[in-house]
Write a protein that binds this ligand. Sequence first.
Ligand code: SF4
Ligand code: SF4
Length: 105
Amino acid sequence: MRSTFTTRDGSGWMPEYLSAIDGATCIGCGRCFKVCSREVMHLYGVDEAGEILGACDDEDDDFDGELNRMIMVVDHAGRCIGCGACARVCPKNCQTHVAADQVAA
Ligand code: SF4
Ligand code: SF4
């Protein structure tokens, strides 16, 4: 576990890594995806019961009629650099971030 991080000018910086998105609250607006430079999260389709059907690689895929809505899923958490941009644009406050000094190396 690291407790000291610095920016280029030597000032202190604590990354806040995206660890989870609440699928019950997320509206799949895509704002977090657009601001993230690291491909940490992607849109997934869910059915009426809230079960994940799969990644929405094809915009027109309705998962054989099972698609109810889309949500953002953190599927590559290890790529996150903890910049916090996704949290700033989320209109539903449905993301969980963890401070870098709380994450095991
Ligand atoms: S904190 Fe930054 S790098 Fe991590 S998921 Fe959010 S926008 Fe991407
Ligand atoms: S910005 Fe928030 S509500 Fe929109 S897709 Fe991302 S996590 Fe979901």
